[in-house]
Design a protein around this ligand. Structure first.
Ligand SMILES: [Zn+2]
Length: 95
């Protein structure tokens, strides 16, 4: 391993750190009036998930609405269920 870091290496490390931070985001799950699945992120923004069984099919967040990507809220919901965690209103999970 060389002692000096190239700009590319530095950039890769910065990106990895950013990714690690994103993974450590806390999200809180709410079930509103027995039907609406809501995920609230660290930033305090909450987003409504459209859920079909154990699948999250849509989300109201900007990532999903404007870019059409699978967002972290949908991923979080499915991850909870994959781990067979019984979600209750107000539960917080660290991703
Ligand atoms: Zn989302």
């Amino acid at each position: 391993m060389s002692e000096t870091m190239s700009a590319t290496e530095a950039r890769i490390i910065a990106e990895e750190k950013r990714a690690a931070r994103a993974e450590e985001e806390y999200m809180t799950y709410y079930l509103i009036e027995g039907t609406d699945h809501v995920i609230e992120g660290d930033s305090g923004n909450s987003h409504v998930l459209d859920v079909q069984g154990s699948k999250a099919v849509d989300c109201s967040c900007p990532d999903r609405e404007h870019q059409g990507v699978r967002c972290k809220h949908m991923a979080a919901y499915e991850e909870w269920l994959i781990d067979e965690i019984q979600m209750s209103c107000g539960d917080t999970i660290k991703l």
